[in-house]
Design a protein around this ligand. Structure first.
Ligand code: AMP
Length: 275
């Protein structure tokens, strides 16, 4: 695997590679099998796969969260080598941002719903960095996880508004055998948190199993109750929404997604399920 830390190295490498289909998997690192499943999916349809590891400061609204974000770069490199990834792009913050850089793109309501209410500014930071990374890597196809469903919708909106020449693919959520969605943040969970965090996927599965289009509000309330009464779990939201607009689902909604965010001890977790 080639490891590049500058934009120039990436640009230079690809000038000699006409006719390739470049697949791109952007990450914050602390890789797990969920990330690797994106690399594997990219390898199915692309001739060169680039993974980036960049803990993007502009998408963290909480400086403590940024500081404690795990950065096990040696283990990450080993996992990517093992997965036969072609290129790792691992830039420093100064390679991506100049001082006092400004970014804002109006994508309408979507930015302020769900995660947006609890992480103000988060999606502007996500769009800012993904826009930069797309301009550097120039991928034909970029792969994102359903795990961050709203993020996928936000990036799709940006790509549409800015007419970016990239196709986006959403990859399924990888879970531990007991249902917990894999996440880089799971390493912060104590045994107690880990055990009680299972209520997130349990509540989502319960909604899916008991879904009734005529009774969405009540289902949502019951799921909220289920999560918030779990010891050690602090519910932020549990919502059943239209998968295209992220606004509350109604009896006529075709594509329905249930999404949840909660704190397990000090660790903030998100999960979702297509209903
Ligand atoms: P992150 O490093 O958390 O920003 O994640 C990088 C990419 O991996 C994003 O597109 C995530 O949605 C995706 N991802 C994270 N966790 C999982 C998972 N459990 N299954 C599938 N994809 C995931």
């Amino acid at each position: 695997m080639k490891i590049f830390t500058t934009r120039q190295e990436v640009a230079q490498y690809f000038t000699h590679k006409a006719g390739e289909t470049i697949g791109f998997v952007p990450t914050l690192g602390a890789l797990h099998k969920g990330h690797i499943s994106l690399v594997k999916q990219a390898q199915q349809i692309c001739t060169e796969v680039v993974c980036s590891i960049f803990v993007n400061p502009t998408q963290f609204n909480d400086p403590k969260d940024l500081e404690k974000y795990p950065r096990p770069i040696a283990a990450d490199i080993a996992m990517l080598e093992q997965a036969d990834c072609d290129i790792l792009f691992n830039p420093a913050v100064s390679e991506i941002y100049d001082d006092n850089e400004k970014w804002h793109l109006d994508i309408g309501d979507m930015e302020h719903l769900l995660e947006g209410k609890f992480r103000p500014g988060h999606y502007q930071g996500v769009m800012q960095v993904v826009n930069k990374l797309f301009n550097i890597v120039k991928p034909d196809i970029a792969f994102f996880g359903q795990k961050d469903y709203q993020q996928f919708m936000v990036i799709s909106k940006m790509v549409e508004l800015l007419n970016m020449p990239v196709k986006l693919v959403m990859c399924p959520i990888k879970r531990e055998t007991d249902g917990l969605a894999m996440s880089s943040r799971n390493i912060h969970l104590t045994d107690y948190d880990r055990q009680h965090a299972l209520i997130l996927s349990k509540a989502l599965s319960w909604v899916k199993a008991n879904f009734n289009a005529g009774n969405i509000a009540q289902l949502q309330q019951q799921a909220e109750q289920m999560v918030s009464s779990e010891p050690g779990i602090g519910l932020e939201y549990f919502e059943i929404v239209d998968g295209d607009t992220l606004k509350p689902a109604t009896a006529d909604t075709k594509k329905i997604v249930a999404l949840v965010a909660a704190r397990a001890g000090k660790t903030r977790l998100i999960d979702n399920m297509l209903i």
